[in-house]
Design a protein around this ligand. Structure first.
Ligand code: ADP
Ligand code: MG
Length: 699
């Protein structure tokens, strides 16, 4: 299928530097913070509104009120800039008097802009001081003839360092007219029922709010734009489902069970009921005529690896290959270790493929994989590159999927035309979210943990009491009771966070030398990380200071205590993931959430709910409920679709509409070809350009 971008959309996909006031430097900042295109800027919605329409009588003004008044300038009391005493300028109209106050202002500026005996329109925040109205540093001083220059309603945008509000507003106002009327892709009935405006008007209104209500996600303008994104998302997923169904599978996978039986006899435990049930669901899919696309959700420690391995062996029993894709090198290597140990007795070769230089060994490995000599392969993103070929890939497992998006899922399954795909995640996903992120997948849940697991005790403690924590560690740590100390890392490239982690490490090293503390963070080389992890795993080191690289998958049963520093900076899902690294052995484990006050309301709620429950599904629901619009940031790293307008809590009810609508559209025009589907291709190119377009272009 061919997807070309309609010419009417070209201006929207132009660079932000085509907007007035945005040169290369600001363009780079914008690209990082908001997005690279005009469309990205248009999807940057205002979060506030300044309303300058109030023109009250001066005797009725209240403190803190934003007012606009026309005044006659009556008196100057101007002090030179270097003095601390402010300049004061008196002004009046028929309803009273105002004192304009300026600290350290340029006197020439004051004389020029507020000349005695002339009238000026002043807009700013009023205070009542000793019975008189004061405005300190008015926002606007305008001659009556220039009244048109005063913006009566001013949208406020979320700001980021280096971008001024005025600049951003100007750029956005220039971007709005670039949205030309588009054919309507939303169903007429729904439009009417919801009183939604068309796309172009919605964009215009979004950036010209007139009431505080217009800023709420429930407002028809915002709802419509959110629905556009959801519909595009569901349409993309429906296309993928459709494509999968059309492709069929060629070879159903149904092994004779000999490898699986052998593995089962080797295990020191029996599968839990939930593991067996989920495996049955998977085997059914594998044996079926359609390609399997299944999501397995299971809380940390529920035993997903084993489930994956059994499914992989099923494919191997039929002579095909199976691959396990992990999000980090550490995790890939850990899986490799666990799995190659388990498969040793079964005499099944296991390969490991991670990034890095193309060594001779790697070249040999690639050749062996392509020849089909290695039935089980474990690896990272490196598996997705073009030079990786399989002889006959029967199953691809993606572990800890929350780091991968639909796009990567597609490129992986493209490696084997008919290969089954199993996606595993330890982050329980509320139903609403899973419909947007995994609408193309069937779902299984491992809702039971292996027997004998105890809940982890969680405590909330102020970072001021860090000395107490260190003392506690001094007495408790030993080879059989090790600790993780997590320092936050917002971005892998954020130097200051690395420095903070390094400093913390130095302190702990000085305080607890007998525990042989080690430091691991994302900027270290893979072999350095590995060496550190090995020391911790063997017990030579009993204290591992880490940024979030250990977030997923690390399995050290002797680790009994987890300290999360600046816990207030982490999202619930992340906290839960981190906490899941302890509580894997026989001793009771502890998690200390060390926070730096003052805490925001949401942060307090997050920490409290962490203390209350160990149940990942409950945490996931709370996460969605608590996440304010400003806190969706974590989503970006999470592989969840990148919505700009969707507020998942407020717009959840729209998801099933979007899904039904997408199904209908696909039923009517299965490949979205032809004139009738023009508008849907338009919608996709607007909002799903990363996911759907690449997929469609390749398919
Ligand atoms: P996760 O779901 O977090 O990936 P793992 O697969 O890493 O969990 O399993 C966690 C631990 O539980 C591992 O040490 C694994 O060997 C063990 N385990 C898995 N299944 C069972 C079971 N049925 N009974 C007891 N222990 C199990
Ligand atoms: Mg795991």
């Amino acid at each position: 299928m061919h997807l070309t971008r309609p010419t009417s959309l070209f201006p929207l996909f132009a660079s932000v530097t085509t907007l007035p006031g945005i040169g290369a430097r600001l363009g780079a900042i914008m690209e990082k913070r908001i997005g690279a295109t005009v469309l990205d800027v248009l999807r940057h919605a205002p979060v506030g509104l300044v309303d300058r329409r109030a023109r009250p009588h001066l005797d009725a003004v209240t403190s803190g009120q934003l007012i606009t008044v026309e005044l006659l300038i009556t008196k100057h009391d101007i002090t030179p800039r270097h003095l601390s005493r402010p300049s004061r300028i008196l002004a009046e109209n028929e309803t009273g008097e105002v004192e304009l106050v300026f600290f350290k202002a340029d006197s020439n500026f004051l004389l020029r802009s507020l000349p005695l005996g002339e009238r000026r329109i002043i807009s700013g925040t009023a205070e009542i001081f000793q019975g008189r109205v004061q405005i300190a540093h008015p926002d606007y001083i305008i001659a009556p003839a220039d009244i048109a220059q005063l913006p009566l309603l001013e949208p406020i945008y979320p700001l980021s360092a280096g971008l001024k509000g005025k600049t951003l507003r100007k750029a956005i106002q220039a971007a709005v007219p670039k949205v030309t009327p588009q054919p309507e892709w939303i169903d007429e009935t729904l439009m009417k029922q919801k009183h939604w405006p068309d796309f172009a008007s919605a964009m215009a209104h979004l950036h010209a709010p007139e009431t505080p209500e217009a800023l709420l996600p429930e407002h028809p303008v915002r709802e419509r734009l959110a629905y556009d994104e959801l519909l595009a998302n569901q349409l993309a997923l429906a296309l993928i489902r459709q494509e999968t169904a059309l492709a069929g599978k060629g070879k159903p996978v149904k092994g004779d069970g000999r490898l699986r039986a052998k593995l089962a006899t080797q295990l020191p435990f029996r599968l839990t009921g939930a593991q067996s049930r989920v495996l049955d669901e998977i085997y059914d899919d594998q044996a079926g005529d359609l390609r399997m696309l299944r999501l397995v959700q299971g809380d940390v420690g529920s035993g997903k690896t084993l489930v994956a391995l059994m499914a992989m062996l099923n494919a191997v029993e039929t002579g095909r290959q199976a691959v396990l894709l992990a999000p980090t090198e550490i995790l890939a290597k850990q899986h490799y270790k666990t799995i190659s140990t388990l498969l040793e007795a079964l005499q099944i070769p296991v390969g490991l493929l991670v990034g890095g230089a193309k060594t001779k060994a790697k070249t040999q490995m690639l050749a062996a994989m392509a020849a089909g000599d290695i039935p089980v392969i474990i690896g990272t993103h490196a598996l997705l590159t073009d030079d990786v070929q399989f002889a006959d890939l029967g199953l691809a497992v993606v572990d800890e999927q929350h780091r991968f998006g639909v796009k990567q899922r597609m490129s992986l399954s493209a490696k084997g035309a008919d290969c089954d795909v199993l996606v595993m995640t330890a982050t329980p996903i509320p139903r609403t979210l899973s419909m947007t992120a995994y609408g193309d997948l069937q779902s299984s849940i491992i809702d039971e943990k292996p027997p004998g697991r105890e809940d982890i005790d969680t405590a909330i403690i102020s970072l001021d009491r860090i000395a107490e924590i260190v003392e506690k560690l001094r007495s408790r740590l030993g080879p059989n009771f090790r600790a993780y100390w997590i320092c936050p890392l917002v971005e892998e490239s954020d130097k200051s966070d690395i420095t903070a982690a390094e400093e913390r490490f130095a302190t702990l090293q000085a305080a607890l030398p007998h525990t042989n503390p080690q430091l691991v963070h994302g900027r270290m080389k893979a072999d350095e990380k590995e060496a550190v992890m090995a020391q911790f795993q063997s017990g030579q080191s009993q204290l591992l200071v880490a940024t979030t690289v250990i977030e997923v998958g690390v399995d050290v049963p002797e680790a009994g205590i987890m300290i999360i520093e600046h816990a207030e900076r982490f999202g619930l899902a992340q906290l839960h993931q981190l906490r899941g690294r302890v509580g894997r052995g026989s001793t009771k484990s502890v998690c200390l959430l060390a926070y730096q006050g003052p805490l925001s309301e949401t942060a307090t709620a997050r920490l409290k709910i962490m203390r209350e429950t160990n149940d990942g599904f409950r945490l996931a629901e709370e996460d969605l409920r608590l996440r304010g619009p400003g806190e969706i940031l974590g989503q970006r790293q999470s592989g969840m679709p990148e919505f700009a307008m969707v507020d998942l809590a407020a717009h959840a009810h729209l998801i099933s509409y979007a899904r039904d609508a997408a199904e209908k559209i696909i039923a009517a025009t299965p490949t979205l070809e032809g004139e009738k589907a023009d508008k849907y291709r338009l919608l996709l190119s607007l909002f799903e350009r990363d996911n759907a377009i690449k997929f469609l272009a390749s398919g």
